[in-house]
Design a protein around this ligand. Structure first.
Ligand code: ADP
Ligand code: ADP
Length: 226
C-alpha cells in the first residue's frame, strides 16, 4: 500500500487550462518523492492538495487507507516543514520543538520525552536552550523538522525550502535533509524547480509540465533518459 496515493488528480482554478491535469502518483512508505518542473507547472498546487490547503476538482487523494479529499489539513496528520520564518524567535529550541505538543495539551512529562527523543535523533541535544537566532541555517532546519516529528506525522512535505538561501548553504542543507530523511525513514514529498535538488535528493522524481505528469522515475533513469 502506498503511503500517499494521488489518483487522477485534476485542479481547475477557473475555466482555463487545468493547473493540475489528471496526475497520478503513488508515494511509497518511506520514499523521498520530488515534484519538479518550471514555475507555474502546478507543483505547489499539487502539494497544497495533498496537505488540504486547496480543494481538489476531481480525482482521489489517499493517505494510508483513507480518502482525504474532504478532510481538513489538521486531520491529515502531515507535516509541512517550513523554513526559518516558522520558528518562534523568542522561544528556545526546546520550546519550539515542544510547541505542537503544548498546543495539543500534552502533559509535561510526555512533552519532555518526545522533545528529548526528537532532539537526540536530530543531534540538537546540546542546543535546546538556545534561541533560533543563534543557530546555523542547518540547525534551524533541524528544529523545524523536530517540530514535525514530535507530532508523529505520517509524512513530511517541503515546498521549495531552500530557494531563498545562498548556494553554499543550499548545498549543506540539501545534504542535511537527505541524511535526516533516510535516518527517520519518513515518507517525504519535496517540491522544487531546481534540477540539482531534484537529481540529488529524491528516490524518485515526478516531472510536471503545464499541469501534466511527464515522467516519474529514479534520478538515475532520468539521467540516462532525459
Ligand atoms: P510559485 O513560486 O509557486 O510559482 P506563485 O507566485 O505562482 O508561486 O504564487 C504565489 C501565490 O499566488 C500562491 O498562493 C498562488 O496560489 C497564488 N497565485 C498564483 N497564480 C495565481 C493566479 N493566476 N490567480 C490568483 N492567485 C494566484
Ligand atoms: P508551481 O508551483 O509549479 O510554480 P502553481 O501550482 O503555483 O505552480 O501554479 C500552477 C498554475 O495555476 C499557474 O498557472 C498559476 O498561475 C495557477 N494558479 C495557482 N494558484 C492559483 C490561484 N489561487 N488562483 C488561480 N490560479 C492559480
Amino acid at each position: 500500500m502506498a503511503a500517499i496515493s494521488m489518483k487522477n488528480i485534476v485542479k481547475r482554478y477557473g475555466d482555463g487550462f487545468p493547473a493540475v491535469n489528471d496526475v497520478s502518483i503513488d508515494v511509497a512508505d518511506g520514499e523521498f518523492m520530488i515534484l519538479v518542473g518550471p514555475s507555474g507547472c502546478g507543483k505547489s498546487t499539487l502539494l497544497r492538495m495533498v496537505v488540504g490547503l486547496e480543494d481538489i476538482t476531481s480525482g482521489d487523494m489517499i493517505i494510508g487507507d483513507r480518502r482525504v479529499n474532504d478532510l481538513a489539513p489538521r486531520d491529515r496528520n502531515l507535516a509541512m516543514v517550513f523554513q526559518n520564518y516558522a520558528l518562534y524567535p523568542h522561544l528556545s529550541v526546546y520550546e519550539n520543538i515542544a510547541f505542537p505538543l503544548r498546543l495539543a495539551g500534552e502533559k509535561d512529562e510526555e512533552v519532555d520525552r518526545k522533545v528529548r527523543q526528537a532532539s537526540a535523533t536530530l543531534e540538537l541535544d546540546e542546543h535546546l536552550d538556545r534561541k533560533p537566532g543563534n543557530l546555523s541555517g542547518g540547525q534551524r532546519q533541524r528544529v523545524a523538522m523536530g517540530r514535525a516529528i514530535v507530532r508523529d506525522a505520517d509524512a513530511f512535505l517541503f515546498d521549495e525550502p531552500l530557494s531563498n538561501l545562498d548556494a553554499k548553504l543550499r548545498g549543506q542543507m540539501r545534504t542535511e535533509i537527505a541524511r535526516l530523511q533516510k535516518r527517520l525513514g519518513i515518507t517525504t514529498i519535496y517540491v522544487t524547480h531546481d534540477q540539482t535538488e531534484a537529481m540529488t535528493l529524491g528516490d524518485r522524481v515526478a516531472v510536471l509540465k503545464r499541469g501534466v505528469l511527464q515522467q516519474l522515475a529514479s534520478p538515475r533513469e532520468l539521467y540516462e533518459n532525459p
